[in-house]
Every structure is written in structure tokens, then in C-alpha cells.
Ligand binder design. Structure first.
Ligand SMILES: [Zn+2]
Length: 80
């Protein structure tokens, strides 16, 4: 018996409006710096946020298998 698979969806399955919206978000982020969120224990990159990200974030390290709550520091936003 075949293993059950998740339904694979592609970008092209999304509505035109949704794709336009995603493209808009990508363009908005173009002038921002990317900040790597590192695991506090092993320093593995667990996520990447943009420099306008604020507040608390829950992260889970796939190497340590531990989760942490961190705060995102106030980084300088690069001017476009
Ligand atoms: Zn880790």
C-alpha cells in the first residue's frame, strides 16, 4: 500500500490576488536587512526575520529539540 502523502500545493495553485499579495510582501522586505535567529545553545540558524520584526518569538531548534521564547532586538532599518 502506498504511503499517505500530504496534498502538494504549488504557488501556481494560489489565486492571482494571493500571489500578488505575496509578491508585494517580498517587495516590501527588499529594503530591509535579514537577521538570523540563532539557537541560544548550539547557534544553529532556526529562523530568519527582517529588521522591522519586533516583540517576542517562539523558536524551536531542530538540532537541540528544545524550544525557547526570545525577544527580537530593535535593529536599525536600512533605508531604501
Ligand atoms: Zn540548538
Amino acid at each position: 500500500m502506498q504511503e499517505r502523502q500530504y496534498e502538494r500545493r504549488e504557488l501556481s495553485d494560489l489565486s492571482y490576488e494571493r500571489r500578488r499579495q505575496l509578491e508585494g510582501y517580498r517587495k516590501e522586505a527588499e529594503g530591509l536587512e535579514e537577521i538570523r535567529i540563532l539557537c541560544p545553545i548550539c547557534q544553529k540558524t532556526v529562523d530568519i526575520v527582517f529588521s522591522d520584526a519586533r516583540g517576542h518569538k517562539r523558536i524551536k531548534c531542530s538540532r537541540c529539540r528544545k524550544d525557547f521564547v526570545i525577544t527580537l532586538p530593535r535593529f536599525r532599518i536600512k533605508r531604501r
